[in-house]
Design a protein. Structure first.
Length: 225
C-alpha cells in the first residue's frame, strides 16, 4: 500500500492572493498574474468573499495552481481547502486549532500556523504544523495585527532556533525581502507589494529573484532590487 506523500512547501516567495487588497480585481485574475510570474506558493486569503463564491473561487484558483505546478493553501478554512482540493491550509488564533486542522486534512495536507515567537513555534510543531508564519516582521497596512512588530533582528532570532520552517509576513516588500531571506527564513509572504503593482507577474519575478539572492547570501542592502 502506498503511503500518502505530503507536498513540501517550496522555499522562497510565498504570495497572498487576497481579496482585501485591490478588491476590484477578481481573485482568479490575481491568481493568473501571480502564476504567470512563476509564483510557487499561493495562499488564498478570502476575508470579504461570501462563502459560496469563496468555494467557487477556491476551486478555480486551486485548479490553476495545480496546472502551473504551484502549491495552493487556503487561509482560515479547512472545509474550503478540502472541497477545493488545495494542498493545505493556513490557520491562526481565530481559526480551527492546528491539531484539528491536521486531523481533518490528514497526513497528506500542509498545515501552516501563525505564531508571534519561539514558544509558539514550538507549540505549533507539536500540534502538527509543517511551517509557521511569523510576523509582523515590518509594519503593514493590509491588516491590523495585535502583536508588536518584530523587526529583522527579532525575526532572525526566532528563525535561528525554530524547529519548523519559518515564513516571514507583514510589510515584506521588494526593498526588504532579500534581507529577510538572508536570516535563513524559509519564505517571505507578500500581499500588497504584489497585488497593488501594475504588473503582478513582473513584481512576482522581481520579489522571487530578490528572495533567492538574499538566501544565497548575496543581498545587496540598499542596492539594485
Ligand atoms: C504565511 C501567513 N502567516 C500568517 C498569516 C496570518 O494568519 P492569521 O493570524 O490567521 O490571520 P488572517 O490572515 O486570517 O487574518 C497568514 N495569513 N499567512
Ligand atoms: C495577513 C497578515 N498577517 C500578518 C501577521 O502578522 O499575522 S501581517 C499580514 C498582512 C500581510 O500583508 P502585506 O504583505 O501587505 O503587509
Ligand atoms: Mg486566519
Amino acid at each position: 500500500m502506498n503511503t500518502p506523500v505530503r507536498p513540501s512547501l517550496p522555499r522562497g516567495l510565498y504570495v497572498l492572493c487576497d481579496d482585501t487588497v485591490r478588491p476590484e480585481l477578481p481573485l482568479r485574475e490575481k491568481a493568473a498574474g501571480l502564476l504567470a510570474g512563476g509564483a510557487r506558493v499561493v495562499q488564498l486569503r478570502m476575508k470579504r468573499t461570501p462563502l459560496r463564491e469563496a468555494l467557487a473561487a477556491a476551486r478555480e484558483v486551486v485548479a490553476a495552481c495545480r496546472r502551473a505546478g504551484a502549491v495552493c493553501l487556503v487561509n482560515d478554512r479547512v472545509d474550503l481547502a478540502l472541497l477545493s482540493g488545495a494542498h493545505g491550509v493556513h490557520v491562526g488564533d481565530e481559526d480551527l486549532p492546528a491539531e484539528e486542522a491536521r486531523a481533518l486534512l490528514g497526513p497528506e495536507g500542509l498545515v501552516g500556523v501563525t505564531v508571534r515567537g519561539l514558544e509558539e513555534a514550538r507549540a505549533a510543531q507539536a500540534a502538527g504544523a509543517d511551517y509557521v508564519g511569523l510576523g509582523p516582521v515590518f509594519g503593514t497596512t493590509t491588516k491590523q495585527v495585535n502583536a508588536p512588530v518584530l523587526g529583522l533582528g527579532g525575526f532572525a532570532a526566532v528563525v535561528r532556533t525554530s524547529p519548523v520552517p519559518v515564513v516571514g509576513i507583514g510589510g515584506v516588500k521588494l526593498e526588504n525581502i532579500a534581507d529577510l531571506a538572508a536570516t535563513g527564513a524559509h519564505g517571505g509572504a507578500v500581499a500588497s507589494d504584489i497585488l497593488l503593482a501594475e504588473d503582478l507577474a513582473e513584481r512576482v519575478r522581481r520579489l522571487s529573484a530578490a528572495f533567492d539572492r538574499g538566501a544565497r547570501g548575496t543581498s545587496l542592502v540598499g542596492g539594485d532590487v
